[in-house]
Design a protein around this ligand. Structure first.
Ligand SMILES: Cc1cc2nc3c(=O)[nH]c(=O)nc-3n(C[C@H](O)[C@H](O)[C@H](O)COP(=O)(O)OP(=O)(O)OC[C@H]3O[C@@H](n4cnc5c(N)ncnc54)[C@H](O)[C@@H]3O)c2cc1C
Ligand code: SF4
Ligand code: SF4
Ligand code: SF4
Length: 391
């Protein structure tokens, strides 16, 4: 039987099995919690075993490497940095890949379709499409196939994604050697795509207008005070601190992530990508000069190919950073974040017909959550004010 290691709890939804199948016998379809799972059409399957060969379940250890170097970094281009989630390290490395004639595969938000999917780009003008964090599991299969086609034609492709997606990518593209590059993100889990679609629909109903733009991490108040920003077609705009936004709150409270995230084998300091990108949280505690409030990326170089790509990314400023500080300040570099005991009940209630996910979120998390989120925000603002006052 194909995909014997795949269960509801073990499958990452990376899509490598579906992308490799020569008979197109595997479809990624919504399963538990509205997350994508492979479904095999037995009538099409010729039992070639390719899907099992690329599947990363139970095969992650050999893919992992200890970081060789760590950096705090940001894009020298202030516009690219402002438009990025952290410091724009991804954009700088993507630009270097494109300048050398390669292609880049990353996640894009298709707002009209209310979904997130990977796409392959070959032009710098298309970079904004795949820039920025989207806190939703992305669909990968068509983009993986397109990337494989380009690799087969002799091109270099840089894949960016969650560590489990990168694990699928590396097993899928092993025969292309260093032309198949990868950067993984430090990842605290991915929320349900079906839940995201429900939230967007509810926001549009409440606003009485379709969404024109959605930013998962608006940095207008500074990198340390991020907001979710919703812009509607009627010109109205809503900005909320992350933990006061119902969809983000389900992510932070571990109510809406994939089952495999609770015990993620990639939540450790050894990494699966050639490079690793993350927020360089609490960087000011160790190096005040590395935090100007506009976003600082943590970059780990985990292979020779990763070090070379960083060397080519001359549009990236970087300063040496102690990997121990990075590990201490970023929990998914130490251990999986687990799941809330109420996760399954919450997801099935929120995905039921006629449910209001927003109301259900606040009922589940309670007033204490809202008060704590509000107080934390106030405290962060005060700390920023004091730091500036003493600067
Ligand atoms: C689901 C998720 C959870 C994360 N959790 C943490 C965390 O706990 N701690 C932490 O420090 N950082 C986390 N990050 C990473 C962080 O948010 C930034 O993406 C990272 O620092 C890179 O920022 P940047 O400024 O270099 O570039 P950006 O331009 O902001 O880069 C975003 C990159 O991530 C890719 N991407 C965006 N959304 C997705 C997605 N849904 N699936 C796969 N790839 C995607 C894009 O293609 C792009 O390559 C997470 C990211 C995601 C997507
Ligand atoms: S065994 Fe081969 S044909 Fe069958 S689903 Fe897997 S890859 Fe496709
Ligand atoms: S290859 Fe990825 S999507 Fe397919 S079964 Fe394995 S983990 Fe799941
Ligand atoms: S937490 Fe682990 S299993 Fe979940 S999306 Fe991130 S890398 Fe994949």
């Amino acid at each position: 039987m194909p995909l014997e290691r795949c269960t509801e709890t073990t499958c990452f939804g990376c899509g490598a099995c579906a992308a490799v199948c020569p008979r197109d016998a595997i479809a990624m379809t919504p399963g538990e919690g509205g997350f994508p799972y492979p479904r095999v059409d037995a009538a099409q399957c010729v039992r070639c075993g390719l899907c099992d060969r690329v599947c990363p379940i139970g095969a992650t250890e050999p893919l992992l490497r200890a970081p060789r170097q760590a950096f705090a970094a940001w894009a020298r281009d202030a516009g690219a940095r402002a438009a990025s989630t952290s410091g724009g390290a991804f954009t700088a490395c993507a630009k270097a890949t494109l300048a050398a004639g390669g292609a880049v595969c990353g996640a894009e938000l298709r707002l009209a379709e209310r979904r997130v999917r990977h796409a392959v780009i070959a032009e710098p003008a298309d970079l904004p499409r795949i820039r920025k964090t989207k806190y939703v599991q992305s669909e990968t299969v068509p983009a993986l196939r397109e990337a494989m086609r380009l690799l087969g034609a002799g091109r270099t492709v840089l894949f960016a994604g969650t560590p489990c997606q990168v694990a699928g990518w590396r097993r899928l593209t092993a025969r292309f050697g260093e032309r198949a590059l990868a950067c993984d993100l430090v990842c605290g889990g991915v929320p349900s795509p079906a839940l995201f679609a429900r939230y967007l629909a509810e926001e549009e109903r409440r606003a009485g207008a379709p969404l024109a733009d959605y930013d998962f991490r608006d940095k207008r108040d500074g990198w340390n005070l991020p907001c979710v920003r919703l812009t509607f077609a009627n010109g109205s705009e809503t900005r909320r601190p992350l933990r006061l936004d119902a969809f983000y709150a389900t992510f932070a409270a571990k109510l809406s992530c994939r089952l495999s995230c609770a015990t993620c084998p990639f939540a450790r300091c050894e990494r699966v990508g050639d490079l690793t990108f993350a927020d360089c949280w609490h960087v000011a505690r160790f190096r005040a000069d590395y935090d100007d409030g506009r976003g600082t990326s943590l970059v780990l170089a985990n292979s020779e190919a990763g070090e070379r790509l960083l060397g080519d990314a001359t549009v990236l400023w970087r300063g040496p950073y102690d990997v121990a500080h990075a590990i201490a300040s970023n929990e998914p570099l130490r251990k999986p974040l687990g799941a809330s005991p109420g996760r399954a009940d919450f997801l099935s209630a929120a995905l039921a017909d006629g449910a209001s996910p927003r109301r259900l979120t606040w009922r589940t998390l309670g007033v204490r959550w809202l008060v704590r989120a509000w107080l934390t925000r106030k405290a962060k603002r005060a700390i920023r004010f004091l730091r500036r006052g003493h600067a």
